[in-house]
Design a protein around this ligand. Structure first.
Ligand code: SAH
Length: 462
C-alpha cells in the first residue's frame, strides 16, 4: 500500500480550501459534512459556493492565496486552476507539516481523498492510490448498489443499543454471536424495510431472553432471478443472493446469476427439467421450511419472476402454514426479458394494444383448457411459455380457432444470454422451425404483428 488509510476527525478544526470553482465546491461539501471549519481563499466563487457563503457555511477570503493562510490549519486542499499557485500551496503546507491535497496532482499531495460511499456512520472509502480515479468511481457505484441506504439507520440502531446489549450479555463471544445474528438476519431486513420500531421491540424481547423473537428465526426469500443475464437482477435480488446462507435454485437460473452468490453459501439444486423433476414440489416446499427452522437465510431462487409460471404461490402457502417468515422479490419474466433482447416490443401503438401470457404445457398431449377463440386477436401479442414441446398442437389449435396462418411468430431460445437465438417465421411454418430445436433449452414463443419489428429493432449480439 502506498498510502496509509485513516479516517481523520476534523470536527471544529480549521481547514483551508484554495479555489472557487466546482472542484473546490466538492471538497468544501465533504469537509462541511465532516464538521470541518472551513476558510476558502479565492478571488471568485461559483454560484453554489456563493450560496453557501451567503449561508455562512464557511469563511471566504476574497483574494489570492497567501502563505500564512495555512497557519493553524488541520489540513489544506488546493483546488485552484493555476498550477503554480497549487504548487506554492503544497510547498507551504509541507513546510508547516500540514497534510495537503492538490486536486489531480498526486505528486504534490501528502494525502489523497478517497471516493466515498456514505452510509454514515458507516463509510466506505475507496482509493486507487491516485492511479485511476475513474476506476474508483465505477467501483463506488457498485458498492453503493450493494449497501442499502438503510445501513445508516442499522448502524445507528446498533450503536444506540450497544451498551444495553453489553450489560445484558456479559460473555464477549455470546455477544458477538448475538449481534451477528441480528445484523445478518431478518432483524436487519426489518430495518431495511423501514420497520425500525418493530426491530427495536424485537431486540428488547431478545434481551429479555425470548430467543424466538430475534433473527434466530430463519427467513425465506422467494427471489426472481430474471431470464438469464445476471445484470437483469434487481438490486434487492442481488443483495439477498449475496447474503444468503442457502440458495435453493432451479434449472432456469443461469450460471452467471449463481456466480454472484457467496462462495461459501450452500447451494441446493431443486431441478425441474421438462418431465424430469429433480425434487418433487412438495419436497421443495418442505425443504424450505426445514432450512428456515435451522435459522438460515434461505433464498429460493427461480428463473424469471416467481409468480409467473413459477409455482411461487404454492411454495409460500406452505411457508405461511408453517409460520415461516418470508418475502417475495419479483424478477424480470422471460416475456419482457426475451422480447426486449430480441427487439420485439410486446405492445406497439400500431400493432398490438394488449399482450397475453399463456402456458403451452400439454396435459396428456392436449393443450391446456384455454378459451382459444378468445385468445385469437390480431391486435394482441400472444406469449407462450413452455410451449416448444407442444408447438405443433398449439399452432394447429390457434389456426383452427381463427388465427391467421401468416401472422408473424418468433421462437426465442435462452433469451438475454450470450447464447440467445431468435428464429422468426409465420404461424403456419413455426412448428417446422421448432423441430430443429432442443426441447430441453428454455424457449419462448411470441406470436403477433409486433414480431415483424424484430428485423429492424434487433440490437442484442449485433
Ligand atoms: N418464472 C419464469 C417462467 C418459468 S416457466 C419466468 O417468469 O420467466 C419456464 C418457461 O419460461 C420456459 O419453458 C420458457 O418458455 C420460458 N423461459 C424462461 N427463461 C427463458 C429464457 N431465458 N429464454 C427463453 N425462454 C425462457
Amino acid at each position: 500500500m502506498d498510502y496509509f488509510p485513516v479516517f481523520l476527525k476534523i470536527t471544529g478544526e480549521n481547514c483551508l480550501v484554495a479555489g472557487g470553482g466546482k472542484v473546490a465546491l466538492r471538497k468544501m461539501q465533504s469537509l462541511l459534512r465532516s464538521g470541518g471549519r472551513v476558510t476558502l481563499v479565492s478571488s471568485e466563487l461559483c454560484c453554489e459556493l456563493t450560496t453557501l457563503s451567503n449561508e455562512n457555511a464557511f469563511v471566504w477570503l476574497p483574494r489570492q492565496f497567501e502563505p500564512n493562510d495555512v497557519e493553524g490549519c488541520r489540513l489544506v486542499i488546493a483546488a485552484t486552476d493555476d498550477a503554480q499557485v497549487n504548487q506554492q500551496i503544497s510547498a507551504v503546507a509541507h513546510a508547516h507539516n500540514i497534510p495537503v491535497n492538490v486536486v489531480d496532482c498526486p505528486e504534490l499531495c501528502s494525502f489523497i481523498m478517497p471516493a466515498v460511499v456514505d452510509r454514515s456512520p458507516v463509510v466506505v472509502a475507496l482509493s486507487s492510490g491516485g492511479g485511476s480515479p475513474l476506476l474508483t468511481r465505477l467501483l463506488k457505484v457498485k458498492i453503493e448498489n450493494l449497501l442499502h441506504p438503510a445501513y445508516s439507520r442499522l448502524a445507528e440502531l446498533a450503536e444506540r443499543n450497544r451498551r444495553r446489549v453489553k450489560a445484558a450479555i456479559g460473555d464477549a463471544v455470546a455477544r458477538r454471536r448475538f449481534w451477528e445474528a441480528l445484523l445478518q438476519g431478518s432483524w436487519a431486513d426489518m430495518v431495511c424495510a423501514g420497520r425500525d420500531a418493530e426491530a427495536q421491540a424485537c431486540l428488547e424481547k431478545a434481551l429479555c431472553g425470548d430467543a424466538g423473537s430475534t433473527a434466530n428465526t430463519g427467513m425465506v426469500y422467494l427471489v426472481g432471478a430474471g431470464p438469464g443475464d445476471p445484470e437483469l437482477l434487481t438490486l434487492r435480488a442481488l443483495r439477498l443472493i449475496q447474503e444468503a446462507d442457502v440458495i435453493v435454485y432451479d434449472r432456469l437460473v443461469s450460471a452467471g446469476v449463481m456466480a454472484r452468490a457467496r462462495l461459501d453459501a450452500e447451494k441446493i439444486y431443486a431441478g425441474k427439467q421438462r418431465s424430469r423433476h429433480s425434487l418433487p414440489q412438495n419436497e421443495i416446499n418442505h425443504l424450505l421450511v426445514e432450512l428456515a427452522c435451522q435459522g438460515k437465510r434461505v433464498v429460493r431462487l427461480k428463473g424469471g419472476d416467481p409468480f409467473i409460471f413459477g409455482r411461487g404461490g404454492e411454495e409460500i402457502e406452505t411457508l405461511m402454514e408453517q409460520g415461516i417468515p418470508f418475502q417475495v422479490v419479483p424478477g424480470i419474466t422471460a416475456a419482457s426479458g426475451c422480447a426486449a433482447y430480441a427487439g420485439i416490443p410486446l405492445t406497439h401503438r400500431d400493432y398490438a394494444q394488449s399482450c397475453l401470457i399463456i402456458t403451452g404445457h400439454l396435459k396428456n398431449g392436449e393443450v391446456a383448457e384455454l378459451d382459444w377463440k378468445r385468445i385469437v386477436n390480431p391486435a394482441q401479442t400472444l406469449v407462450i411459455y413452455m410451449g416448444l414441446h407442444g408447438l405443433r398442437t398449439i399452432c394447429e389449435t390457434l389456426i383452427r380457432s381463427g388465427c391467421s396462418p401468416n401472422i408473424p411468430a418468433a421462437l426465442i431460445q435462452q433469451g438475454t444470454t450470450p447464447e440467445q437465438r431468435v428464429i422468426t417465421g409465420e404461424l403456419e411454418s413455426l412448428a417446422q422451425l421448432g423441430e430443429q430445436l432442443d426441447n430441453n433449452i428454455p424457449t419462448l414463443i411470441i406470436i403477433g404483428e409486433v414480431v415483424s419489428l424484430h428485423d429492424r429493432l434487433s440490437w442484442f449480439g449485433r
